[in-house]
Design a protein around this ligand. Structure first.
Ligand code: AG3
Length: 280
């Protein structure tokens, strides 16, 4: 074991994760953020943006599978998919496992995250050369404003809602998402943990409810994110989301039809979170 550690700077969590580091593989600064890739004995390579661990080789599959397959299987025929953020390529890899997908547009503001991921995280950034992948380096908040009725599924794989990522959790943004979706489209975004970030979860859920007729919350346990019990907010124009709408055939490590159902919170707990009477 090494004596060198990386201490995470999670903007909202009341604790700090500390990763043993055997090697710093990359450390740089893009116009948008500080980018780091370290090798940690238990986790493998870890991508760190502005001091916050985004994904690690060991457990990234959990987050990426649930971000991609819950909306894609709730939808009966997802052909056009938009990913905002997700420059490490993990969500893109999962999205492109669906043969129905004809086009996956990935809009990440920071080109350097994609470059660094291609170089150091090849198991995640392995699908950028797929002919169905289109990569655009632009601000997702601006990009989405140009589209109407274009996408079946929109996935927002953003950093925590601070700085340039904050607008991606506002009602104004969700109105653009609604417009950019086809008339039966589905949105998903990562919305932090239940116990350390419940106010953020509630705020985003309320904003989504102002815009979409069907809004729900599902969760996955992510060992690398402080708070662990991580939430994903989903909103749909037409299809119910708690069940897969077609047979699950893609190969995964954790996602499956019964895990899809299990990921959604029981109604009573969900209502407590929404109403603000889950306090501790
Ligand atoms: N994006 C969301 C990471 C949020 C982590 N936040 C935290 N630990 N406070 C992950 C990018 C993976 N593609």
């Amino acid at each position: 074991m090494t004596d060198v550690f990386f201490m995470e700077r999670d903007p909202y969590a009341p604790i700090r994760h500390c990763y043993p580091v055997s090697k710093v593989l990359y450390h740089g600064k893009s116009p948008y953020q500080e980018i780091m890739v370290v090798e940690s004995p238990h986790f493998g390579k870890v991508l760190i943006l502005d001091g916050v661990a985004q994904c690690d080789e060991r457990f990234e599959f959990i987050y990426h599978e649930f971000m991609a397959h819950v909306p894609l299987y709730a939808h009966p025929n997802p052909q056009d998919v938009l990913i905002i953020g997700g420059g490490d390529g993990g969500v893109l890899r999962e999205v492109l496992k669906h043969p129905e997908v004809k086009r996956a547009v990935l809009v990440d503001i920071d080109k350097e995250v994609i470059e660094v991921s291609k170089k150091f995280l090849p198991t995640m950034a392995c699908s950028f050369d797929d002919p169905r992948a289109i990569v655009i380096n632009e601000d997702g908040y601006k990009y989405i404003q140009d589209y109407e009725g274009e996408f079946d599924v929109i996935i927002v794989d953003s950093t925590d809602p601070v700085g340039f990522a904050h607008v991606l959790t506002t009602e104004e943004f969700f109105k653009y998402v609604y417009r950019a979706l086809k008339e039966d489209g589905i949105y998903v975004g990562q919305t932090e943990s239940i116990h350390y970030h419940v106010e953020i979860v509630r705020r985003v859920q309320k904003a989504l409810r102002k815009v979409f007729p069907i809004v729900d919350l599902y969760t996955a346990v992510i060992p690398g994110y402080a708070g662990y019990w991580w939430t994903m907010s989903i909103a749909s124009k037409k299809y119910p989301v708690r069940e897969p709408s077609r047979e699950v055939t893609v190969s995964t490590k954790l996602y499956s039809a019964d895990m899809h159902r299990y990921a959604f919170l029981p109604e009573s707990f969900y209502q407590r979170i929404l109403n603000g009477d889950y306090s501790f």
